[in-house]
Structure formats: structure tokens, C-alpha cells
Design a protein around this ligand. Structure first.
Ligand SMILES: Cc1cc2nc3c(=O)[nH]c(=O)nc-3n(C[C@H](O)[C@H](O)[C@H](O)COP(=O)(O)OP(=O)(O)OC[C@H]3O[C@@H](n4cnc5c(N)ncnc54)[C@H](O)[C@@H]3O)c2cc1C
Length: 456
């Protein structure tokens, strides 16, 4: 005799807030994350417009034997691809947004699903900014709760260390505040463990005192990659912590919506920010400018404009990727990279990126949470565009190939925000932090109600 466990029904959620179940006209749009290559098919998508609605959905889901996956934009939905979500309610926080800035305290209170672009628009009115990432439409929650690498990072560390307090709807359906003195274990756990511990409905962030920043990009044809990558590698080995940059080797198809300097081109691009005065920043950049880039946009810009420097896609995009952390970037490692994505190669990738780590990224924060620093010197991130199902497998293999080619120089750790495949999340934390996270999760969420992209 086979015993089958009935899949709990999500019908009980109807009427609690905007809810889409399979078969409803709005279901397909509601279930689709920012990364449209991820085909997630949950039991329901709930779109709460108030904290009370979040509480009701979490309680009703738990009472019905359903699980809950908090999701703000779905930029980080990759690890859910292929997962059985038949008993999972995606709680989409895109309608629960807002920012309040306290310029005197230099903090901002950011509501659950708010995007970085809205936070920075609000802070910049006060001459302040925050440790946002490269894409304007990433949400603060998924980014900062998973670490968050900004172009301020080698000076100021991971964005998670800027979190002062969170308000969370926990597994028992209560709304709690957690900070350094109240619910301190939960406060420690969410700063790294994020969606494993509840639906975060507000985050209080420390802001940065920069009305403007020296930032921009240098761009060359990919033919110049061998000398430019070597020069950047040497430059980053000596760069002070005030310099946070990325190097990408990129291949764009010819598309009319792209500007001519990108359309149909293979390029090498270095971008980021330098937290120095103009004279010192120019001095530092001189060693890259001597390679005579075709385009040089570096200069002092309003801090808000840093959101556009990396040219991330402005709309939902189908992408697959792979990632590793490199301990060093030796000449041999550069050869291996160029062997995959250098001049003349058809890698199948949109880009292979190296983000420079080290500096404050590498220093444990004194009052940090589960993830307060990163090991390694460079994060390698390889991305392919996958607009149709067959392209998914091919893109994944292309990304994997380049990551594999650099395996000799990589280490077992992972950067959570750059990990878009389902992986053992223990590789994202040090051993002690992982053990404590697992222990806290077992107490805080004994039935494993919450489904995060990176599971503790
Ligand atoms: C174009 C692009 C550019 C990027 N640039 C950077 C960058 O510069 N630096 C960097 O570090 N990362 C970067 N990322 C990665 C990005 O930070 C992660 O994908 C992050 O998880 C996105 O957060 P989200 O909330 O928008 O995504 P979501 O997919 O909505 O969330 C990801 C996970 O975070 C958790 N989560 C989200 N919201 C909540 C909530 N309210 N409560 C509890 N848990 C929640 C959940 O576990 C969820 O599975 C980039 C990604 C893309 C696609």
C-alpha cells in the first residue's frame, strides 16, 4: 500500500490579501521573478500591502501545512529553479515599500520590498548614500540580508554590517523587532541567514556620508584584454582600501536597443568607485589610463549616479550563472581566464566578471552577524543570457566551463549574493557561524516553514 501525503491547499489564503493560485489569470505574472529564466511554480503567490497582511499569510500558511518563501524582486530566485514548490507560498514584497530617512542619526528605515533606487533617491536629498549594489532595481532585503557587495565595500565592508535593526514576521506568526540588544540571536542570524528566519518587513540601515563619489568606467575592445587584465590584477594587488572595482570581459549581441559602443561588441570594462579626493583618485587611476581606454567616464558624480555606472539591465532578464571565489589572480590564472573569454573566444557568456574583494570585505565586523566578512581576493561571476529553455543548459555549461578553468585558484567559499545555483549554503559561512545558524534555525523555525534561496 502506498501512502501519499495530500498537498495542502492554498485556498485558505484567499481573501487575506492579493493572492494568486495556479489557474488564476494573474498567477503566471505574479510567480515570475526578475530572473525570468527561473520557472518557479509555487502553490500560491501572496502580495501583501501591509505588515498585518504578512502576519495573516504566514499564520494561515503555517496552519495549512504550507511553507513560505519570502521574495522581494526575484533577482536571487535562481536556487529555487527546479525545486518542488507545490506546498510553498511565495510572499512577494514588491507592494510593501517605503523609506524614511533620519538625516541627523544618519539612518534610514526601509520597508520590506523596497528597491535600492528608491532608498538612494531618498537619502541623496540629505547628502547621504548607502552601500547599494550595482543594480538599481535589486531590493535592499535580499541583498543586504545575504551580505551585499557595494562599490563602497573595501572601505565600509559588507552591506549586512550596516543593518542596525530588523522587523521580522517569524515562524510563529509574530512580528518582532531584532537589534543588538533585543532578540540579539535573531538579529545575528538574519544578517546572513535572511529568509531562513522569517519575512523581514523593515530594515534600519546606517547611511554613508557621501553626497558625491569619484566613480566611472574604463572601456576597451576585448583585443586589449591580455594587457588590461594583467594591469588590473597588478593594480588591485596594490590598491588601497578606498578603491573598489570590478573587471568584466563582455560580449554583446548586435541589438538596436543597445548603445553603439556596446551593440555587437566584445569588450573589457573596469568600473567602480574610489573614495578619495579627485587628485588622489586621478593619481591612482593613472596606471590604468596609460592603457588608453576607448572610453573613460571616471570623475566626480552625484552618489545617486553610482547606481548606473555598472550598466546592469534595467528590466527583468533571463540569466544563468556560475560563481567561485579566487584566492589569487596569478599570471597563470589570467591565462586560464583569457583561454575561455579572451580575444577570439566564443565563450557563450554575456560576461565574466571579477570583483575585487579584500579590504574591509575581509575584516570580521566587531558586532557583525552570521556573515560579516568574506574570504578570498576576487569573486568570479560568469553570466549567460538564457531567453529560452534550451539556452538554459547551454548557458549554465558555458558559465561552469569558465569557473572550472579557474578551479586551481579558487577556494571552497562562496559569496551568497553571487550564488545563483542551488548549493550547500554551508560554503557561504565559516564553520562556527554555520553551526550557530543551524542551531538557531532549529529553535526559531522547528517545522522549517521558511524557504530561502540559500537554505540553512
Ligand atoms: C543585475 C544584478 C546585479 C547585481 N548586483 C549585485 C551587487 O552589486 N552586489 C551584490 O552583492 N549582489 C548583486 N546582485 C545579487 C543580488 O544582491 C541578489 O540576487 C539578492 O538576493 C537580490 O535580492 P532581492 O531581494 O532583490 O532578490 P530576491 O530574489 O527577491 O531575494 C533573494 C532571497 O533573499 C531573501 N529575501 C528577499 N527579501 C526578503 C524579505 N523581505 N524577508 C526575508 N528574506 C528576504 C529570500 O531568502 C530570497 O530567496 C545582483 C544581481 C543581479 C541580477
Amino acid at each position: 500500500m502506498t501512502i501519499t501525503t495530500p498537498v495542502p491547499s492554498a485556498d485558505t489564503l484567499r481573501g487575506l490579501c492579493e493572492v494568486h493560485l495556479p489557474g488564476d489569470p494573474g498567477y503566471d505574472v505574479a510567480r515570475t521573478p526578475w530572473n525570468v529564466a527561473v520557472d518557479q511554480r509555487p502553490a500560491a503567490v501572496a502580495v501583501p500591502r501591509s505588515v498585518d497582511e504578512v502576519v495573516e499569510v504566514v499564520r494561515a500558511a503555517a496552519a495549512s501545512g504550507l511553507r513560505v518563501a519570502p521574495q522581494s524582486t526575484g533577482h536571487g530566485a535562481g536556487p529555487l529553479e527546479g525545486a518542488d514548490l507545490g506546498d510553498v507560498v511565495v510572499v512577494r514584497l514588491s507592494a510593501l515599500t517605503g523609506v524614511t530617512v533620519d538625516p541627523d542619526a544618519r539612518t534610514a528605515r526601509v520597508v520590506g520590498g523596497t528597491l535600492w533606487q528608491d532608498v538612494i533617491a531618498a537619502t541623496s536629498r540629505h547628502g547621504l548614500t548607502a552601500p547599494h549594489g550595482s543594480a538599481p532595481d535589486v531590493a535592499v532585503a535580499g541583498y543586504a540580508l545575504s551580505g551585499g557587495l557595494s562599490f563602497y565595500g573595501r572601505t565600509h565592508g559588507l552591506a549586512a554590517n550596516s543593518i542596525r535593526a530588523v522587523e521580522v514576521v517569524t515562524a510563529d506568526g509574530s512580528l518582532v523587532r531584532a537589534d543588538a540588544t533585543t532578540n540579539a540571536d535573531l538579529f545575528w542570524a538574519v544578517r546572513g541567514g535572511g529568509g531562513n528566519f522569517g519575512v523581514v518587513v523593515a530594515i534600519e540601515l546606517d547611511l554613508l556620508p557621501y553626497p558625491d563619489v569619484y566613480a566611472g568606467m574604463l572601456l576597451w575592445d576585448r583585443e586589449r584584454a591580455p594587457e588590461v587584465v594583467r594591469a588590473w590584477a597588478q593594480w588591485t594587488r596594490e590598491a588601497p582600501d578606498s578603491v573598489t572595482t570590478s573587471l568584466r570581459i563582455m560580449s554583446f549581441p548586435p541589438l538596436p536597443e543597445l548603445p553603439p559602443f556596446l551593440s555587437g561588441r566584445d569588450l573589457v570594462v573596469i568600473d567602480g568607485a574610489i573614495l578619495e579626493d579627485d587628485e588622489r583618485a586621478d593619481q591612482l587611476l593613472a596606471r590604468l589610463r596609460m592603457y588608453e581606454p576607448e572610453m573613460d567616464t571616471w570623475g566626480r558624480i552625484p552618489a545617486e549616479a553610482l547606481l548606473a555606472v555598472h550598466m546592469d539591465p534595467p528590466q527583468p532578464t533571463p540569466v544563468v550563472s556560475d560563481h567561485s571565489v579566487l584566492g589569487v589572480l596569478t599570471d597563470d590564472a589570467i591565462e586560464a581566464l583569457l583561454g575561455q573569454v579572451g580575444p577570439g573566444r566564443q565563450s557563450g557568456l554575456l560576461l565574466a566578471e571579477l570583483r575585487h574583494l579584500g579590504g574591509a570585505f575581509a575584516r570580521p565586523a566587531p558586532h557583525g552577524g552570521a556573515l560579516s566578512h568574506l574570504t578570498g581576493s576576487y569573486a568570479l561571476f560568469c553570466i549567460a543570457v538564457a531567453p529560452f529553455p534550451e539556452a538554459v543548459a547551454a548557458g549554465r555549461e558555458a558559465a561552469r566551463r569558465t569557473v572550472r578553468a579557474l578551479a586551481r585558484w579558487s577556494q571552497p567559499s562562496r559569496v551568497p549574493t553571487f550564488t545563483e545555483n542551488r548549493e550547500d549554503a554551508s560554503s557561504m559561512f565559516d564553520g562556527e557561524a554555520w553551526a550557530r545558524l543551524a542551531h538557531l534555525r532549529a529553535h526559531a523555525d522547528p517545522t522549517r516553514l521558511f524557504v530561502a534561496n540559500h537554505q540553512v
